[in-house]
Structure formats: structure tokens, C-alpha cells
Design a protein around this ligand. Structure first.
Ligand SMILES: Nc1ncnc2c1ncn2[C@@H]1O[C@H](COP(=O)(O)OP(=O)(O)O)[C@@H](O)[C@H]1O
Ligand SMILES: CC(C)(COP(=O)(O)O)[C@@H](O)C(=O)NCCC(=O)O
Ligand SMILES: [K+]
Length: 243
């Protein structure tokens, strides 16, 4: 069994996989990491291997504690990938984005796929039918947009994410919800449309912490899935272990 760990900028997501099937998933704060891994190790004593993707530098203690327990792959820009990376600066590409593209290659081989990950940031990642990764876009996530409006102004309050009641916001709160939520929805719908103009048979995946909230409100047809990145990491582990 495999322990699959995605260290994002906000949360750590952990999956336990029995071959290609996810049998357990949890979303935790960084501070709960050690405790959670110990619980999972007791609950699933058959875990032998682990893979870690991190968008930030991991502490030495974190690395040591995982290595001590499991045969571990720390995903970096050198680990073998099932696609050709055409990003102009491949060594600066987010590790999480590598895993998302790997998932797209395995689940939708020979298809044009756009993966949208709505987390701390919203990332757009595109791979074509030839399994070439071309790049995409990075923009601020929902929570980051609410926080920036508050942090960079004197008068705007910090609000929790909420569906706007109307497009024409008639109060400060309604105007912020309309600007942030409708802004993200229109951005996603607009970008999907632009990609579809170039790649008519495009498959669109939406994942990340805000995928559920956004998916119900988008115009375009998409696959919303919460485990896409973890599945990508599990494929990369299998791909590298079979070599
Ligand atoms: N209770 C919550 N606390 C914080 N963020 C939340 C919460 N519920 C949803 N979110 C959203 O989830 C995002 C984090 O999603 P996630 O995919 O875990 O991000 P990352 O991979 O960057 O850590 C936040 O930016 C926020 O918009
Ligand atoms: C864009 C990101 C901050 C997204 O992080 P996340 O929202 O998943 O926490 C991360 O993929 C990253 O640090 N990328 C490096 C720059 C790049 O991908 O080109
Ligand atoms: K993201």
C-alpha cells in the first residue's frame, strides 16, 4: 500500500492507496502531520511506500520522519514523468502541477486536457494529445482574493466565501462577493472557452479545495474531482517503481 502526500500552500492532503484505489483520504493542517501519519501507519500496517509533493521547502524533521517509516519518493524536477515538459522554465514549475499533469496523462491518454486546480492559487495546466505539457496560468485563489481586498485597503472587511445574491452588488459585502466569486467563475468560464476555440474536443478537470463550490456554478461542462492530484502522485510512484 502507498501513502501519498500533497503539501499545498494551505493544507496537507494525504491519501492511502491500495494499488490504484484510494481507500482513505484526509485534509490536515501542517501541525497535525506527525500525529496523522502515526495514526495511518497503525490503521494501515501494509503501507510500505510513500510519495511526497510539496510546493514549499520541507523541514528536515518532516523529511527524516517520513524516510524513517517508508520507502519514499520526494517528487522533484528530476523524477521521471509520463509526459514531455515544454514549459520554458521547467525547473521553476510547481511540483503540484507536475502531479496534476501526470494524472491527466493516465486518466485521459491521447486527449487534450485542461486541469484547473482551485486551491491557494488557481492553476491552469494544459497537456495535448501527444502527451506534451505546454503550461497554463496562475492566478489568486478565492480566499486569497478576499484577503487581498482586506489587506490592501483601509475600508474593506474580510469576508468568508459566499455565493453572491446578485450580479449587481448593492452593498459593500454584496459587491465584494460579486467581484470575487463572479470574477473567478467568469475567469474560469472565459479561459475554458479560449482553450476550446483552439482544442474543440477539450476535456476539463476541476479540482482543489474550492472545486466543489465552483463546479456547481460554472457554465461549462467539467469533471469535478477532489482526488486528482493524489491520484497523479500515486501513478508517478507506480511508474517509477516499475522501472
Ligand atoms: N475552512 C477552510 N479554511 C481555509 N480554506 C478553505 C476552507 N474551505 C475551503 N477553503 C479553500 O480551500 C483553499 C485551499 O485548497 P487546497 O486545494 O487545499 O489548497 P492548497 O493545495 O494550495 O493547500 C483555500 O485557499 C480556500 O479558498
Ligand atoms: C502556483 C503554485 C503557488 C500553486 O500552489 P497551490 O495553490 O497548489 O498551493 C505552485 O504550483 C508553485 O509554487 N508554482 C511555481 C511556479 C510555476 O508553477 O511556474
Ligand atoms: K492550485
Amino acid at each position: 500500500m502507498n501513502l501519498v502526500i500533497d503539501v499545498g500552500n494551505t493544507y496537507i492532503k494525504i491519501g492511502v492507496f491500495d494499488k490504484s484505489k484510494i481507500v482513505h483520504k484526509c485534509v490536515i493542517e501542517q501541525s497535525d502531520f506527525e500525529k496523522t501519519v502515526s495514526i495511518l501507519q497503525n490503521e494501515y500496517p501494509l503501507i510500505t511506500d510513500a510519495i511526497v509533493s510539496a510546493v514549499s521547502n520541507l523541514s528536515d524533521d518532516f523529511v527524516k520522519s517520513i524516510k524513517k517509516k517508508f520507502k519514499t519518493v520526494f517528487l522533484d524536477h528530476i523524477v521521471k514523468m509520463p509526459f514531455e515538459n515544454l514549459y520554458a522554465t521547467p525547473t521553476t514549475l510547481g511540483i503540484d502541477r507536475l502531479a496534476l499533469v501526470a494524472a491527466a496523462v493516465y486518466q485521459f491518454p491521447k486527449k487534450d486536457v485542461l486541469v484547473i486546480d482551485a486551491g491557494t492559487c488557481i492553476t491552469f495546466d494544459f497537456k495535448n494529445q501527444r502527451e506534451e505539457y505546454l503550461g497554463g496560468a496562475i492566478s489568486p485563489g478565492l480566499k486569497m482574493r478576499y484577503e487581498s481586498l482586506h489587506n490592501f485597503t483601509a475600508k474593506l472587511p474580510l469576508l468568508e466565501i459566499k455565493e453572491p445574491k446578485k450580479t449587481i452588488g448593492n452593498s459593500t459585502e454584496e459587491a465584494i462577493h460579486s467581484g470575487v466569486v463572479n470574477g473567478v467563475l467568469n475567469e474560469i468560464d472565459g479561459l475554458i472557452k479560449e482553450y476550446c476555440n483552439i482544442y474543440p474536443g477539450l476535456t476539463v478537470i476541476l479540482t482543489g479545495g474550492d472545486a466543489h463550490f465552483l463546479s456547481k456554478r460554472l457554465k461549462n461542462s467539467i469533471f469535478a474531482t477532489s482526488n486528482f492530484l493524489l491520484e497523479g502522485l500515486n501513478y508517478i510512484l507506480a511508474f517509477n517503481n516499475s522501472r
